[in-house]
Design a protein around this ligand. Structure first.
Ligand code: GRF
Length: 205
């Protein structure tokens, strides 16, 4: 048996990076506390002070840190501080759940093939910010969400899973974003379950 698969049955030790609302984080915390996801959220780190995600982490009894990117002279210095906090928390997978910073190669090298992100479109369509707005503006009738490994590009890493979300004629940004969010919560937790079960292995590019 693949040695990585053998170890995959222990709980995942997750470090979750956030910048805002944290509804995806909440879905993960809820699945962990319901016993339906074999994982522990060891630490939640926000680059934005006051992010609601931090409150959600603390309410679940999870260590919640703020590492403001503005306090650092370079992206490398910021990422080094993140890696240091993540190592301290002894995590083995990094989950980007609405984290609005691009990670440096130095960060990715610290957790090779073990950083995943969720994005609110069917990548490779509509990468970057405002993906739901991009989809509405373009007039596509179907969008969705994607969980992918993080590589050196923006929303460009190997895709793990996707779900489609229809765009209805009456949709505005708020109704579409809400529909995508609901699907994201299920997809993200399902991918983490697959990782915990050894059905998705660290990406070897
Ligand atoms: C999600 O739509 C996710 O796809 C994107 O940022 C949003 C975060 O939402 N990367 P939340 O903070 O989890 O509520």
């Amino acid at each position: 048996m693949d040695s990585r698969a053998m170890t995959a049955q222990s709980p995942l030790n997750l470090g979750v990076l956030v910048s805002g609302e944290g509804s995806n984080l909440q879905a993960i915390l809820d699945a962990v506390s319901a016993g339906t996801l074999n994982a522990r959220v060891k630490v939640v780190i926000s680059n934005r002070p006051g992010a609601k995600a931090l409150e959600r982490a603390r309410a679940a009894g999870v260590s919640a840190l703020t590492v403001p990117h503005k306090d650092f002279a370079s992206r490398e210095a910021f990422d080094a501080a993140l890696v240091s906090a993540l190592r301290e928390a002894d995590v083995n997978w990094i989950v980007l759940a609405g984290f609005m910073r691009v990670l440096t190669p130095q960060f990715l090298d610290a957790y090779p093939g073990r950083v995943i992100n969720i994005h609110p479109s069917l990548l490779p369509a509509f990468p970057g910010v405002d993906a739901a707005k991009q989809a509405l503006d373009y007039g596509v009738k179907l969008t969705g969400c994607t969980v992918h490994f993080v590589d050196h590009g923006v929303d460009s890493g190997r895709i793990i899973a996707q779900r489609a979300v229809p765009i209805e004629p009456a949709d505005d940004l708020s109704s579409l974003a809400a529909r995508i969010h609901g699907v994201e919560h299920e997809l993200f937790v399902n991918v983490l379950r697959a990782i915990a079960a050894g059905r998705v292995l660290p990406f070897e590019g």
